[in-house]
Design a protein around this ligand. Structure first.
Ligand SMILES: Cc1cc2nc3c(=O)[nH]c(=O)nc-3n(C[C@H](O)[C@H](O)[C@H](O)COP(=O)(O)OP(=O)(O)OC[C@H]3O[C@@H](n4cnc5c(N)ncnc54)[C@H](O)[C@@H]3O)c2cc1C
Length: 305
């Protein structure tokens, strides 16, 4: 396999207002804290910067966008092409009429939930339970505690691989459970979310309940990627994993969480290969014991070492 050569790729890329960094470590940008570098990491300054970069860049260069890596396993050999990480230029948040909130794709879901509380807007409390960005929630149809992105999205703005701006309605996102059917090349830049007027006390109480529940049922302070596998229809992945005897099972420093066995944990120094092997072992054992094929919810990107 050809080694990544960020410097060579950089020479082929258009000038930007934001930042282009060759051979940029990505581990620090993921919850698992492991994996290889981006061949080139692009932090666009604005939507216009992002759009002109995409319009002018060579068509053969792969592009992948990341949020805060809370649903991501970056393989040890790194990610060929350009990895895009949205920063400050995508972090605006504002109230709009009719209990709506407009927010940039880099805004954390938790921030949106708190902002809604400050403005007495209900219906967005579930975002308190998801430790990702709005961009990640749009792509994953992130959901928790009875709510999901699909329930609250009015429209999303995005830039496609050719640098063209698009506005997508909720229907155009083709949402299903933890899945968005909108074209894979879209980089979401902004969302308009629908809430409803609510009482601050009740919203605050609902958010406190979510915080308590998460902390007692999920290893939220560990190096993890959240739920590893989607729940198969009518079943819970964690129950199937438990039944397969995989709770606490380890490959090197990668371990199935004792607290919530659909979570994999990097206990310190685990490679992405070990985490992926652990996940694949879990899938195999679940298939043997229950006949069910678990489907990865975590996105795995890049190449092996
Ligand atoms: C402790 C823990 C608990 C979690 N609990 C939940 C939960 O209750 N419910 C839930 O739904 N998820 C949960 N997750 C998973 C994760 O937080 C969500 O999937 C989240 O939406 C991912 O957002 P992110 O910014 O981290 O995206 P990343 O992990 O960086 O990326 C995930 C996917 O989103 C895409 N993406 C990110 N930004 C953009 C963008 N701007 N445009 C287009 N695509 C983009 C990426 O390409 C990738 O395919 C949990 C994770 C952890 C670590």
């Amino acid at each position: 396999m050809a080694r990544l050569d960020g410097e060579a790729l950089l020479r082929r890329l258009p000038k930007v207002t934001g930042r282009l960094e060759p051979n940029a470590p990505l581990a620090e940008f993921t919850w698992f804290r492991t994996g290889g570098p981006a061949e080139v990491l692009f932090t666009p300054a604005s939507e216009a910067d992002l759009a002109s970069f995409l319009a002018d860049m060579p068509g053969d260069v792969p592009v992948y966008v990341i949020g805060v890596g809370s649903n991501l396993l970056v393989r040890d050999g790194g990610v060929p092409g350009v990895v895009i990480r949205l920063g400050r230029g995508f972090s605006d948040i504002a109230v709009e009429p009719e209990s709506r909130i407009r927010c940039g794709a880099a805004v954390l879901d938790v921030r949106v939930a708190r902002f809604a509380l400050e403005h007495g807007i209900d219906g967005l409390t579930f975002l308190r339970g998801i430790p990702g960005t709005i961009g990640g929630a749009l792509r994953m149809n992130g959901g928790a505690y009875g709510g999901e992105t699909k329930d609250v999205l009015v429209a999303a703005r995005a830039v496609d691989r050719s640098g063209t701006m698009q506005v997508l309605s909720n229907a155009a996102m083709k949402y299903s459970y933890r899945h968005c059917g909108a074209p894979e090349d879209l980089i979401f830049t902004e969302a308009l979310l629908q809430g409803r007027p609510g009482s601050r006390e009740e919203i605050a109480a609902a958010m406190d309940k979510i915080t308590e529940s998460r902390e007692s049922t999920q290893p939220v302070k560990s190096r993890t990627g959240g739920s590893t596998f989607k729940n198969p229809p009518g079943q819970k992945s964690w129950q199937l994993i438990d039944k397969a005897g995989m709770r606490g099972f380890a490959v090197g420093a990668a371990r199935v969480s004792e607290m919530h066995c659909n979570f994999l944990i990097n206990e310190g120094g685990a490679t992405a290969a070990q985490i992926e092997e652990l996940g694949e072992t879990v899938r195999r054992r679940v298939k043997e014991t229950s006949g069910v094929d678990l489907d990865w919810e975590i996105k795995r990107i890049g190449v092996p070492a």
